[in-house]
Design a protein around this ligand. Structure first.
Ligand SMILES: *Cc1c(COP(=O)(O)O)cnc(C)c1O
Length: 819
């Protein structure tokens, strides 16, 4: 986030910090909160915020990345550096917010503040699309709406801007005041109220009241009265309100909604007239958000003819970037929604997380100036690329080409995407990670299609942000110093291989664990350097285990002797993990094996026991708590006995996901997180607090009308007794959709309606009863997502989420979403 106005000494004064400055005149441009994603470190101020993890622990990393300015609340972290400016404050987050608040107060641009349960980012981006011709707009990047995201957003304001659009998101009580004080909106928008974050509040009314605090002293509030039932809106200190509704009387009352092909026609009462428009979307969320934008533009005084013109041209908001497999062993990252510097920085960080290919290429179009001088924009891009080591640059467009002198000499430039496409055979992308970052008007979608393998119509989308949030959810429960081993066996529970491991490595988990050596080898070949434990090391794989520096789980004296024999003569202290069977009765040493194990280990220098662990059989259930205690006691007894013949203390670990949730007192030195990262925990009711990671989607191939008595599929098992309409969709048991889902046991979401299967599930297809539902060939069908969950599917066929997730077959393409 850029800003050139303040020296570090001024910042100290604004924050009322105790300052120790070696260079008080230094100008602070960027506010930094993540030590890993740092660009232009010399002009950055690092805030050691205490969130789930203590930001002070990342000061060394930030220093190594070149940062020399720090805001801290604890002593002992910066004293060892002689060349740093340090600001001491009682609360680092409050200081960050205070600085943002001060910065905001210097400008009197018009500001729109948006809050609500969903739709904040879509409404913000659409208002940007709708108003960008009339204003110089500054807005929250991506979904930066948190206690940290809002100050970073507000910090971007410069005197060139005359409109700010910021989103504010809260998850517990007493969070909104700070966001309000930074945004100070003139115009407020409440998108909607759903069940999200209910657990953070005493009740729904409290949640709504907290959200409404954003609008204190606003001149205008735009909302749907249906979402604020039971709240006295007259009591708010808001000058004027503008209401919309699809059911009741309101300033904008939408009374007609018609789907036509890919569009929705809307008709409404407004000021005793009837007005209408058409939007290029049909799904309910988009329609609601478009109505909100309609209301905002009316409230701002726009004529409906102009509004209608602009709303028909709305383009979809895709804030997350996508990672997928490309041609010639390439990995392709698509990010073609916005081209501003902050989103470029995020995309480059993601490019940097990729280790699977040594070579990296950035294909970048002309950027959006966002109220800055063109020369300044490209200077900033050049600095960013230098710091982020972005790899080879291919510039698309006249502007970026004209600034070629700022970039590496090996860069290539094309006036248009078509010129680049014509040169593709010569450029010959091969075995590299390619980031496509450019506006759709340049034709990036076409380039993307050429570079990605044809994605067949069933895809498993993996939300990497959700996975990280789930990881942090568990890490936040760990005692200081407890390590994390991330379980990535079975293609990370079906969700991916290096794609997940890259993310976990970037987020600094301590260990990875796989089931078989092949999985570990694949990760090593994709550049993963974390230690990797192999839980079922086969004799045939011992050589590869040594070669690829994998660490075997040893569960019997036979495996141990064989492994030691297989170690090359020059190898010493090779890391191994000892598995103890304390009641699971799967793999592991039992008490009676202890003596012979100790004999082999005594004075053995070929190997080094790095960890000793056991696995709990019933960590998720109260019913088994006594058994769990017994397992832990057995384990500890075994461990202490073993210790007598070992030179060092191996890492102790017993807890899996549910164990972390239920047995905090036995975290020992490390925990093993599996299914929790992917969004499930049998120990938490409805996996409360976890986010949905995976969404499986397919499409409709054909729709048929059936007469009463006609049958569907093999063995004629399906019948619609009164006749009706069926859709054939492109997923079958070979894709992992279990045959037990047949004959109505399984359901899928078709345009928002749960539709049961009809007849048996075929190998590559199955049929759904969509009688009474509006649908057409090519429509997307949801097999599972956050609404129709993997847990629902598991219940329907009496299995567990683990099986549903890992069964999604490898022929289903994975697409990774991030940002
Ligand atoms: C799979 C596995 C885990 C992870 O279990 P979750 O229930 O998915 O958290 C932990 N330890 C061992 C030994 C495992 O095999």
């Amino acid at each position: 986030m850029d800003n050139e106005t303040y020296s570090i000494a001024q910042v100290a004064k604004i924050m009322n910090a105790k300052a120790v400055l070696v260079n008080p005149e230094l100008k602070i441009k960027k506010l930094l909160t993540d030590s890993r994603t740092i660009a232009a470190p010399d002009e950055g101020l690092f805030f050691a915020v205490k969130a789930q993890r203590n930001g002070h622990d990342f000061i060394d990393g930030a220093y190594q990345n070149g940062v020399r300015n720090f805001v801290v609340s604890e002593k002992g972290f910066t004293e060892k550096y002689a060349d740093v400016n340090v600001l001491f404050v009682p609360n680092v987050l409050a200081a960050l917010q205070h600085l943002a608040q001060y910065h905001r107060s210097r400008f009197n641009l018009k500001t729109i503040g948006i809050t609500g349960s969903t739709g904040k980012s879509m409404v913000k981006e659409w208002l940007y699309q709708l108003l960008a011709t009339d204003y110089n707009i500054v807005r929250s990047p991506k979904s930066y709406n948190s206690q940290i995201g809002v100050p970073l957003s507000v910090w971007q304001i410069t005197e060139n801007h005359n409109l700010g659009i910021f989103e504010a998101g809260i998850s517990t009580a007493n969070e909104m005041q700070a966001l309000h004080d930074m945004i100070k909106p003139d115009i407020g928008i409440l998108t909607n109220i759903g069940t999200q974050h209910d657990e953070g509040f005493d009740n729904r009314t409290e949640k709504i009241k907290e959200k409404l605090k954003l609008f204190e002293n606003a001149k205008l509030l735009i909302y749907n009265p249906g979402y604020v039932k039971g709240i006295d809106m007259e009591n708010l200190s808001i000058e004027q309100s503008f209401t919309w509704s699809t059911e009741n009387a309101a300033d904008l009352q939408v009374f007609e909604r018609l789907n036509k092909n890919e569009t929705t026609y809307l008709k409404a009462h407004y000021k005793s007239k009837q007005i209408e428009l058409t939007i290029p979307f049909t799904d309910s969320a988009s329609v609601e958000n478009a109505i909100i934008c309609w209301a905002v533009l009316l409230a701002l005084g726009y004529e409906n003819t102009l509004i209608s013109e602009r709303l028909t041209r709305l383009s979809p908001v895709v804030l997350q970037l996508q990672l997928l497999n490309g041609i010639n062993q390439c990995s392709i990252i698509h990010d073609h929604y916005s081209t501003d510097i902050s989103s470029l920085a995020i995309a480059l960080d993601f490019l940097n997380q990729q280790n699977q290919h040594n070579r990296k290429t950035l294909i970048l179009s002309d950027l959006n100036p966002e109220g800055k001088e063109t020369a300044q924009v490209y200077q900033e891009v050049a600095t960013l690329l230098k710091h982020k080591h972005a790899g080879r640059l291919i510039g698309i467009g006249p502007e970026i080409s004209s600034f070629a002198n700022l970039f590496d000499k090996s860069s290539l430039y094309f006036e248009t995407i078509e010129e680049l496409i014509a040169k593709l055979p010569e450029i010959n992308f091969n075995n590299e990670t390619i980031l496509l970052k450019g506006q759709d008007r340049f034709g990036f979608a076409a380039l993307g299609k050429l570079l990605t393998q044809k994605v067949h119509d069933t895809v498993l989308e993996i939300n990497l942000n959700a996975l990280v949030k789930n990881l942090q959810f568990y890490r936040a429960q760990l005692k200081p110093g407890v390590k994390t081993m991330a379980m990535v066996k079975a293609f990370s529970y079906g969700s991916g291989s290096f794609e997940i491991a890259n993310l976990l490595q970037y987020h600094k988990v301590d260990y990875l664990a796989v089931a078989y050596a092949d999985e570990g080898i694949a990760l090593r070949k994709a550049g993963i350097t974390l230690p990797i434990m192999v839980m079922s090391p086969e004799v045939s794989a011992f050589e590869a285990i040594v070669k690829y520096n994998l660490e075997p789980e040893i569960y019997s004296t036979e495996v141990l002797t064989d492994f030691i024999k297989a170690l090359p003569a020059n190898v010493q202290h090779f890391p191994i993990h000892i598995k103890v069977d304390t009641g699971m009765h799967r793999l592991g040493f039992e008490q009676q094996d202890l003596k012979s194990l100790m004999q082999i280990l005594t004075h053995n220098h070929k190997i080094k026991v790095v960890s000793v662990f056991t696995h709990l059989a019933g960590a998720d259930e109260t019913l088994h708590d006594d058994f769990t205690q017994m397992q832990v006691q057995k384990y500890l007894a075994f461990y202490h006995e073993l210790l007598t013949v070992l030179p060092d203390q191996p890492i102790r670990h017993v807890l899996n996901t549910s164990g972390i949730s239920r047995h905090a007192n036995t975290q020992f030195d490390m925990v093993r997180i599996g299914i929790g990262m992917y969004g499930f925990d049998a120990a938490l009711p409805k996996s409360k607090g976890l986010e949905t990671v995976a969404c499986l989607k397919t499409t409709i191939s054909q729709i048929k009308a059936l007469k009463a008595g006609e049958t569907v599929g093999y063995s004629r098992r399906g019948v619609l007794s009164h006749g009706g309409k069926i859709a054939t969709v492109k997923i079958g048991y070979a894709d992992g959709y279990n045959r037990n889902f047949g004959n109505g046991t399984g359901k899928m979401l078709v345009n928002g309606h749960l539709s049961p299967t009809v007849g048996s599930i075929c190998m590559d297809m199955c049929m759904l009863d969509i009688t009474g539902i509006e649908a057409k060939v090519g429509d997307e069908v949801i097999v599972f997502n956050h609404e129709h969950t993997i847990a629902d599917l598991a219940n329907a066929i009496e299995t567990i989420p683990y099986e549903i997730l890992t069964n999604v077959s490898q022929r289903v393409k994975r697409v990774y979403l991030y940002g």
